[in-house]
Design a binder for this molecule. Structure first.
Ligand code: PHE
Ligand code: ZN
Length: 866
């Protein structure tokens, strides 16, 4: 499979020579030494050339090996670092292996590991091979019988994939549980959980009449905080029935919260395992953003049951086939349940700040990479978010009904199979009768396309012309790019802000054209004046748009454009132009922005959540994506100056709005109350800039009745470096002592403190009892917040912020390579840093050479420096 340099290539794909239709796997669970007995039903695939059996296996202590019940002599197999090779198997047989593994020593959190007295598995992408010898690849899809044996007192709850099919008592205080997973399921979706948990549960009748028991499990003390997650499961199940016609296919659906978990959550068949932060919530501990995050991740993992599990992946190159599609599905879930406009704005904000940076940096890769060294390094914003954007474009190009027909065909045709991106596109091509071959380039070509549009109005003939050109910049390994197939929506407005109905020639009367060539020209006739054009409504194509809008035009667009996303985007564009001093009439532009925001604040008809989105200026990462060379100091300074100015100019309105929203903000978890709290906390943040005493923030902190308001106020106090901030931090810490998830929140606030002092505080945290490097959430709270969300301190001009992060990485790598590799990714844009910073990063990265043990960090470091 892998080449001499350790790389794996899409073009080398071969189907497995052996098939494994059934697996029986038995666990004698124990935190220090678990024994796993696995019986694989092996059958040579007659369609493939015969080959020796090569099973994956890592860190397994082999205790016994039998073929059809007969002990295999040592000379008949070869045991290596990466697995087990049996050269002379005759034909179909049952291979039994018994191995010992050590969960309590497993800090990588891949395979079977111990966490807070319980046992969990994590198998995606290649963790199953740390549990048993197996063809550990997604195109091997057995039906599973799972037996769990464990001490009853310590592990009263024993869960696995599929349906429970019995259990009972064993001698010596042990007990047993049997599970059967009837659906063809690859090993990366295997899961086992054992521990002392409680749950909340409900019964639901699925659309096909099946009774399904839904349960959310957590440590007993946390069970009251599982209610919201359970409701989210019910909403997800119903939504997938309604919107995609997908029905749940087992008798139980279990979700378990784990405090130690590397990623967000995992869609194991019938047994989703979650990072506790995406399950546990109540008023005392969760912010509105936490609630929404929980609902969307619960949805995401639930939706994988079809997009990922029933239809799985042929190989890991197809990762976005499940992730991009499932992100698209969870985005739509949230949009249907809440505000579509706000959801789109937030998704695009993330895309621009983080995915565009990835696509423009040293780690850029296509949505379907042609090769990899370490698959763990490809769980990226490009695979997830850009992958979702590609699915969204397909949805836009085909329309709701045709897209749904394509999805139905995709699911029907590939059910129980390991599919490819080609299978996905073929289903949509067939359902729509369209040629999607050029569209497929989106999966192969890295980099964010730039759409440059120039217009011309000829008063004599009443003709308006748009010249449209597309270009994708070079990325590592891809110097030359081809034009992409994408939808381009547009609208024209007249002086009075009325939408012009004039259709361009060749667009079939539609307000959407399809770009396929490098250049296009659109011509509109019969216009009595130059119109105001608007493009890419809803951000239907994930591109950078270059059109020379004047500040006045952007101000008009922000008022008259029908599409709310574009209204928001006009203000972001205006703000970006002001921040980067791109307008000739700088003062006029700034005034225009200020006036527009003031008008929004004054307008009671506007959705507060939308107004809040408009008040949030482009962040550092987004600004960095809008410039060639990243001048950290001037970007940060420009933002601070503009925010101070806006606060000063609108102090009255902000105060009025803050108080007027008090009642609405006191409500529960409905959209109106959440929107009110969001806007109110933004008003507070601006007002606190004007007031060294931060009296309003102090008062909100003391009287807060929700975590959203308490944390919102605390953030203001910390950012303003207000007098009362220490006392408030201590009060907050004391109130939530012992709650790890809430402790992560205040730690993140400390690490994000926007001044040089943050470094000393982060160092103090690293030396305190709060520093638990084996817990990924805590590592992210301390170092992730610092490196990814505190540009002021991380990019300290002397390189001390880079050094702080780098010092920690080799140690973290030895504990959990995936966590370390993600932090190392914070350097992805280093080549574009202006001034001495670039050199400082280079020195820092050079100093890390040879210091990593894992393939994760080695691969990433090589790509960063490559
Ligand atoms: N597949 C998980 C998801 O939904 C993410 C994940 C990847 C979790 C790898 C664990 C390990 O998105
Ligand atoms: Zn996913």
């Amino acid at each position: 499979m892998s080449r001499d340099d350790g790389s794996i290539h899409l073009s080398d794909y071969r189907p497995p020579a052996w098939r494994i239709p059934r697996v029986e796997i038995e666990f004698d669970l124990d935190a220090d030494a678990t024994e796993v007995t696995t019986r694989l039903r092996l059958e040579p695939d007659p369609a493939q050339p015969p080959a020796p059996l090569e099973l994956d296996g890592e860190d397994l202590e082999l205790l016994a090996i039998r073929v059809d019940g007969v002990e295999l002599p040592p000379e008949s197999y070869v045991l290596g670092e990466r697995g087990l090779r049996i050269p002379d198997l005759d034909g179909a047989c049952t291979l039994e292996t018994r191995v010992r593994i050590r969960p309590s020593a497993n800090t990588r959190l891949e395979g079977l590991y111990a966490s807070r007295g319980a046992l969990f598995t994590q198998c995606e992408a290649e963790g199953f091979r740390r549990i048993a010898f197996m063809l550990d690849r997604p195109d091997v899809m057995p039906v599973w019988d799972i037996v769990l044996r464990a001490d009853r007192a310590r592990y009263p709850v024993l869960l696995a994939n599929g349906n429970p099919v019995g259990g009972g008592e064993l001698p010596d205080g042990r007990h047993l549980a049997r599970w059967h997973n009837p659906h063809a399921t690859p090993p990366y979706l295997f899961a086992v959980v054992a521990g002392d948990f409680g749950c909340v549960q409900s019964e639901i009748v699925a659309a096909d009449g099946r009774n399904v028991r839904l349960a959310v499990w957590a440590a007993h003390a946390d069970v009251p905080r599982c209610r919201y997650a359970l409701g989210a499961v019910e909403r997800a199940l119903r939504w997938d029935e309604r919107r995609f016609g997908r029905v749940y296919d087992l008798d139980v659906f279990n979700v378990v919260a784990a405090q130690d978990f590397t990623m967000g959550a995992m869609e194991n068949k019938g047994l989703n395992i979650f990072n506790a932060r995406y399950v546990l919530a109540d008023e005392e501990t969760a912010t509105d953003a936490d609630y929404l995050g929980i609902e969307s991740v619960i949805g995401h993992e639930y939706f994988h049951n079809w997009s990922g599990n029933r239809v799985t992946l042929r190989d890991w190159f197809q990762l976005s086939l499940k992730e991009g599609l499932t992100v698209f599905r969870d985005q739509e879930f949230t949009a249907d349940l809440h505000s579509r406009a706000v959801k789109r704005i937030e998704d695009v904000r993330l895309l621009r700040a983080r995915q565009f940076a990835e696509d423009a940096g040293s780690l850029a890769h296509p949505v379907r990479p042609p090769s990899y060294r370490e698959i763990n390094n490809f769980y990226t914003l490009t695979i997830y978010e850009k992958g979702a954007e590609i699915v969204r474009m397909l949805y836009t190009l085909l329309g709701e009904a045709t897209f749904r027909a394509g999805m139905d065909l995709y699911f029907a045709r590939n059910d129980g199979r390991a599919a490819t991106v080609e299978d996905f596109l073929a289903a949509h091509a067939e359902a729509s009768g369209r040629d999607l071959s050029q569209f497929a380039r989106w999966y192969a070509q890295a980099g964010t396309p730039e759409i440059r549009i120039r217009d011309d109005y000829d008063a004599a003939t009443g003709t308006y012309t748009l010249e449209i050109a597309q270009r994708t910049p070079p990325t590592p390994g891809q110097p030359d790019k081809h034009p992409l197939h994408m939808p381009l929506r547009f609208a024209l407005y007249d002086e009075a802000g009325r939408r012009l109905r004039t259709a361009p020639r060749g667009a079939g009367g539609a307000d959407q054209v399809e770009l396929v060539a490098t250049r296009h020209r659109l011509r509109f006739h019969g216009l009595s004046a130059r119109p105001l054009p608007a493009f890419n409504q809803g951000f239907a194509a994930p591109v950078k748009l270059d059109f020379p809008y004047s500040p006045a035009q952007l101000g008009r667009l922000a008022r008259c454009e029908r599409d709310p996303f574009n209204r928001w985007d006009a203000l972001q564009r205006l703000a970006t132009g002001v921040l980067l001093e791109r307008f000739e009439a700088h003062v006029e532009a700034q005034d225009g922005l200020s006036a527009a925001l003031g008008a929004l604040l004054d307008d009671p008809a506007q959705d507060p959540a939308f107004v809040a989105e408009c008040l949030v200026l482009p962040d550092f990462d987004t600004l960095a994506e809008s410039v060639q060379a990243i001048d950290v100091d001037s970007l940060l300074a420009a933002r601070e100056t503009l925010l101070d100015q806006l606060a000063f100019e609108h102090a009255e309105r902000l105060r009025a709005r803050y108080h007027a929203l008090a009642d609405a903000a006191a409500g529960g978890l409905d959209g109106a109350a959440m929107g009110a709290r969001r806007l109110r906390n933004l008003c507070l943040a601006l007002l606190t800039r004007l007031d060294r005493e931060a009296a309003l923030a102090q008062a909100q902190f003391e009287g807060a009745r929700s975590m959203t308001d308490r944390l919102g106020a605390l953030r203001c106090l910390v950012e303003a470096d207000a007098q009362g901030r220490h006392a408030a931090m201590e009060a907050f810490a004391a109130r939530h002592a012992g709650d790890d998830l809430v402790t992560d929140k205040w730690i993140a606030l400390v690490a994000m403190r926007p001044d040089a002092g943050a470094q000393a505080e982060v160092r103090a945290l690293l030396g305190s009892s709060h520093w638990t490097p084996t817990n990924p959430n805590r590592v992210r709270a301390v170092l992730g917040s610092f490196a990814r969300a505190n540009p002021t301190a991380f990019h300290a001009a002397d390189g001390s912020g880079y050094a702080l992060l780098a010092e920690q990485l080799p140690g973290l790598d030895a504990i959990n390579p995936q966590v370390a590799a993600r932090l190392l990714g914070a350097f992805e844009s280093w080549r574009r840093l202006a001034g001495p910073r670039r050199e400082r990063v280079r020195e820092t990265l050079d100093g890390l050479q040879g210091r990593f043990a894992s393939s994760d960090c080695r691969d990433l470091l090589a790509r960063l420096l490559g």
